[in-house]
Design a binder for this molecule. Structure first.
Ligand code: PMP
Length: 285
């Protein structure tokens, strides 16, 4: 079935879905976005994603072109029109077309784009065996420069780290913050298990407040697993019993190696498996 791409309330075939080359989303990465998944035709935590999109917009002084309720209806409509049962949705708000200079105040027509498609991030084998990570030398954006809490269209920080990972033969890379603490991976949050407890860096470490992260923290608490959001070092990861990543695209996936060291026994651990199972059940409830 041919895809129908939503732009500002209208639907276009992919080849006809176009925006201006003067759009500051293209010229400067000036805009915000969300990536979410639909399970059995229903978007997981849609309200939370729209809230985060709106907050990212507020942080960069970009007002959403339509109210969040209408946006939710439009996302659902796009999912339905594209006959997506299990798929991925990309929601983008650009600053809009302006002059060639930086001035965002000259941009008057933000573009709201919704793409509903499928995504295969990792093969099944990656979920069965876990990922091999490497620490990137590129640190996560300093929160005082461009807060990692803003899911902006400027993903170069993450892309530079991702390139380092790929060049080292790893599909994901660990990013540290400006203090040398563990922040997150290029497109996922990170967790470790140590002595039966679950740890993940706090928001103050300079990370995106992942919606999957929050769901997994909640699931762990419901399962009686003790959780703590505390600063972590690479050492904590090297000596962890288990490690896993969370994200809308990646879902819950184990990381079994970091910088050539096996984490735990180098296989997918029991708490990772338990939380992965709980997450898979949750998204289809
Ligand atoms: N960190 C970064 C840098 C990301 O790009 C993502 C993916 N959006 C995440 C974490 C995970 O966030 P979420 O669970 O909301 O998809």
């Amino acid at each position: 079935m041919p895809r129908q791409i939503y732009i500002n309330g209208q639907y276009f075939a992919p080849d006809d879905a176009k925006i201006s080359v003067y759009d500051h989303g293209l010229l400067y990465g000036d805009g915000v976005f969300e990536g979410m998944r639909a399970y059995s035709g229903k978007v997981f935590r849609l309200t939370e994603h729209l809230q985060r999109l709106d907050e990212s917009g507020r942080a960069i002084g970009l007002q959403m072109p339509i109210d969040l309720e209408t946006m939710a209806n439009d996302v659902n409509e796009t999912v339905a029109r594209n006959e997506i049962t299990d798929g991925y949705i990309r929601l983008i708000v650009t600053r809009g077309a302006g002059a060639l200079g930086l001035d965002p105040f000259k941009c008057s027509n933000p573009q709201l784009i919704i793409i509903a498609d499928s995504i295969t991030l990792y093969p099944d084998s990656a979920y069965e065996n876990g990922l091999d990570l490497v620490t990137a030398s590129t640190i996560r954006n300093h929160p005082a420069a461009l807060s990692p809490r803003i899911k902006s269209l400027n993903y170069l920080n993450n892309i530079l780290a991702k390139m380092e990972g790929l060049r080292a033969g790893c599909v994901e890379a660990l990013m540290l913050n400006h203090k040398g603490e563990v922040a997150e991976c290029t497109g996922d949050n990170i967790f470790i298990v140590k002595d039966g407890k679950l740890f993940t860096p706090p928001i103050e470490a300079g990370i995106l407040e992942g919606i999957t992260r929050n769901a997994v923290l909640q699931l762990a608490q419901q399962a009686g697993i003790e959780t703590a959001e505390i600063p972590l070092t690479r050492h904590d990861l090297y000596v962890a019993d288990e490690c896993f990543l969370t994200g809308s695209a990646a879902e819950v996936i184990a990381a079994v190696k970091l910088d050539g060291r096996a984490i735990g026994d180098g296989s997918v651990g029991p708490i990772t498996q338990q939380l992965n199972q709980a997450f898979r059940t949750l998204v289809r409830q």
